[in-house]
Every structure is written in C-alpha cells, then in structure tokens.
Ligand binder design. Structure first.
Ligand code: GDP
Ligand code: IMO
Ligand code: MG
Length: 428
C-alpha cells in the first residue's frame, strides 16, 4: 500500500486537485502539507464543480480522511467557510484532522501581505494577498501563532503581544497605517477555538500509525516546484516548500516511507503573478490558450499568463523532486492547433542551456529553443484509452515523455473525474 506525493511541476494550477480526486475512494488519507488558502483546486464530479482552498481535494471521496498537516498555514475563518459550504452541498467533513502544530494566519498577517505588496510597487510578487508570506515569516522568525496556542488564552495573548510588538512599529512608522491591538487580534482568533478543537490531532503520529497499518496515503501539494521557496524562481515564489521534501517536513513522515512522487504538468504552461516565464505568449496564441483552457485563477480570478510547454522546467521538476511519474493534464485544450511548439532548451545570451540555469539573471534572459510538433483537430474529450487519441496527439504525449525525463502515467482530456486516460496505475 503506497504513500504517494502529488505535486505541481510548473507554476501551479496544473490540475493537482483533479489528480488527487481521481485516486478517490482508493485512498485512506489525503494530506495537505504546505501553503494555505493561496491554493485553489477545482474538482469536477458528475458535472458538479467544487473549488477547494484549504481542504485537501480527497475530501470529496467518502471514507477518505482529510488531514491538514503541520506545514500548512491556516486562516480559520476561511477553513470554516469552506467546511460550511461543503456540508451544505452534502459533503461530509467530519473526519477532518488538523495538526496542532500548524500555524495560524493572524489578521495582521493579511494586512501586512497587502501593505508590503503595495509598498514594493513594480517589484511586487503579485501574491494572493492571503497573508501567506508574513505567516511563514513569523514561523521562521519564531514569533508565529500555532493551532495549539488557541486553547490557552494566556499563552495566545503572550504570543500575539510578541508578534505585534515589532509589527506595529512597521505598520505605523513605515507603512503609515494604524496600530493593531492585542485585544482585537486575540478576540478574532478565539472565535474559532472551540470549533477547531474537535478536529485537532497529533497528525504526524496518526499518519505514521496509518502507514504501519498498511493504509494508502496521498500527500497533496499546494502551489508547485517553480513557486517553491528554495527551488522556484526566487523571489517570485510562495513562502513554503511545495516540492517533494516538503511532504516530509510538512507532515512528519520520513522520506523512507514515500513510495512514489508524482508531478502534475499541463500540456502547456501557465503562471499567475509576477516573475520570469520563458515560454510566455503575449500574442493571439496566448489569448487562445487562456480562452480555450479557461485560464483564470480559482482563488483570485486573475487571468493566468499562458505559454507553450517547457520541457526544461519539467525536467528540472523531475530532478528536484525525484519524480516517478507525470500526470499530463489539459491535452484537450490544444486541439485545433496545427503546429504546437514545445521548448526543449533555452538560449541565454547566445549560449544554449539544456538544464535550468542556476543563476536567476540567466533565467530572466532565457529564450526558448522550440521544437514543433504536429497538432490534431479531432475532439479528444471522449478518449479513455491511449489508442483512442489521434496519432498526432499520441506522438505529442510520447515526445513530451522523452524530453521531460519521466514517464507520463495519466493524461487529462477534460475537467471531469472520468475524462482521464490511465497508462500506469499511480497506486500499484
Ligand atoms: P490545481 O491548483 O493544480 O488543483 O489546479 P486548478 O484547479 O487551479 O486549475 C486546473 C483547472 O483545469 C481546473 O479548472 C480543472 O477543472 C481543469 N482541468 C484539470 N484537468 C483538466 C483536463 O485534463 N482538461 C481540461 N479541459 N481541464 C482540466
Ligand atoms: P495552486 O495550489 C498558482 C502565486 C501567486 C504569487 C506567488 C506568491 O492552486 O496551484 P502567495 O500568496 O503564495 O504569497 O503568492 O505565488 N501562487 C499561485 N499560483 N497556483 C497557486 O496555487 C498559487 N499559490 C500562490 O500568484 O505569484
Ligand atoms: Mg489552483
């Protein structure tokens, strides 16, 4: 019975939610290990659309235990909004487990996220404004508030005092904002203490015991490799570990217990927010991808930047994550294009780079070296076997597999759970 990590190979929104959901009833536990409600996963089941942010996607399959791991940052108000919205649609959320060591997004961190972005001006990151960066900064700075602190008002007050001490100087003196009081913050956080208490557990213990008992676990990443704090396009990244190592630190499960590392990649590329993107298209093709792919953010509704498939990025993801499999999504979106460019390398100021440049400036200057593959016109949304695909689509997948350095085990041909071609079972 395997432990499988599912993560993003590109800049997010690859379809991780659908990939996790698709494993559905065959999993026992699904664990979110990083990020917070900056994530947005759209899952379509039986024509019904669900947008998930803080809850792991496996929550839609009856019997699965959803776990919010210690590596996640939690906005309690959003958590309960999401729980209520799902319950109203008949989804049972009662099995949810929340790590007592997960950090809480305090209201001042949402404020700071927005204020610092405004202050950065043209150097802004284009964050989701959910308070993610400042909350992880507090964690590393050792002034964070954790879920367990909510159950002792005295300790909570001390921690909030410690955090606000520095932040109010910053807010008032640098950003010209009003000071935030300890009372209002403590009151805000305590609103949810009694509600969250029944879900709180020693999740590293629970997960290790589940592995001992032979259960199947999926670790679902938010964000993606190129947004990872260490391995992404720093500083245009999120503030957590979205790569495979994060599955271990963010859940309390050791690397020797992980069997498979699966990355989800779109058949093209998208990015939300600022930062370098070598294959970005600022022309009609980019607009066509955005329209046919429905490329608008699940969380902020922002139009996503679009571009062709970049094999340098996916090969890099294969390297830093130790990938065993790729899930290729949205192949259907490319239908109708007669020639499809895919980037196989970069040209950086006249020098060819087959590997991701280690230097940030080189990556900013990278121009894609394209190879052109034949397109197809047939509707592929009904394909369920690889052989159902037109020969050009089969060749596209096979070529992507060759240049990406990892086998493509599943292919998405539509948003629905069933619109998938399985070539290798991810749980076998
Ligand atoms: P995530 O953040 O990685 O879970 O991805 P998002 O949910 O933010 O974005 C992926 C979008 O693509 C969602 O709207 C999905 O419903 C949709 N999607 C996923 N796989 C496919 C596919 O194979 N074909 C099509 N057309 N849409 C897909
Ligand atoms: P899922 O899980 C795409 C981007 C933001 C911004 C940068 C930092 O749905 O794939 P943050 O608010 O995290 O500090 O913003 O990261 N970003 C995402 N882009 N998909 C996501 O999540 C993202 N989560 C954050 O747009 O550029
Ligand atoms: Mg998303």
């Amino acid at each position: 019975m395997p432990a499988v990590v599912v993560l993003g190979a590109q800049w997010g929104d690859e379809g991780k939610g659908k990939a996790t959901d698709q494993l559905g009833s065959r999993i026992d536990y699904v664990v979110k290990f990083n990020g917070g409600n900056n994530a947005g996963h759209t899952v379509v089941v039986g024509g019904e659309k669900y947008a998930l942010h803080l809850l792991p996607s496996g929550i839609l399959s009856p019997g699965v235990v959803p776990v919010i791991g210690n590596g996640v940052v939690i906005d309690l108000e959003v958590l309960f909004q999401e729980i209520e919205a799902l319950e109203a649609r008949g989804v049972d959320t009662s099995r949810l487990l929340v790590s007592s060591a997960a950090h809480v997004i305090a209201p001042y961190n949402r404020t700071l996220d927005k204020v610092t972005e405004r202050f950065l001006g043209s150097r802004r990151i284009g964050t989701t404004g959910r308070g993610i960066g400042p909350t992880y900064a507090d964690k590393i700075n050792r002034v964070g508030v954790r879920v367990q602190d909510l159950f002792d008002e005295k300790i909570l007050r001390q921690k909030v005092e410690g955090a606000l001490d520095q932040k109010n100087h910053l807010l008032v003196k640098v950003y010209n904002r009003r000071a935030i009081t300890v009372d209002e913050t403590v009151e805000d956080l305590l609103r949810f203490a009694d509600r969250v208490r029944p879900f709180v557990a020693d999740t590293p213990l629970v997960l290790n015991q589940a592995l001992d008992a032979g259960k199947t676990l999926v670790f679902e990443a938010g964000q993606a490799t190129m947004l990872d704090i260490d391995h992404g396009t720093y500083p245009f990244v999120t503030s957590s570990s979205a790569t495979a190592g994060g599955a271990c630190t963010g859940s309390g499960v050791g690397p020797t217990r992980i069997d498979r590392v699966v990355a989800v990649a779109k058949a093209y590329t998208t990015r939300v927010g600022e930062g370098p993107f070598p294959t970005e298209l600022l022309d009609d093709d980019g607009e066509w991808l955005r329209r046919t792919g429905g490329e608008f953010g699940t969380t902020t509704g922002r139009p996503r930047r679009t571009g062709w498939y970049d094999a340098v990025v996916v090969r890099y993801a294969a390297r830093v994550n130790g990938l065993t499999d790729l899930v290729l999504t949205k192949l259907d979106v490319l239908t109708g294009k007669d020639r499809i460019p895919v980037a196989v390398a970069y040209d950086v100021d006249g020098t060819r780079h087959d590997e991701m440049p280690a230097d940030q400036s080189d990556f900013h200057h990278a121009k894609p070296v394209y190879e052109y593959l034949d397109g197809w016109t047939e509707d592929i949304t009904g394909a369920r076997e690889f052989d159902d695909l037109p020969v050009a689509a089969q060749r596209y997948v096979e070529r992507l597999e060759e240049i990406s350095g990892t086998r493509i085990s599943s292919i998405g041909v539509g948003p629905g759970r069933e619109a998938t071609i399985i070539r290798h079972d991810l749980l076998a």
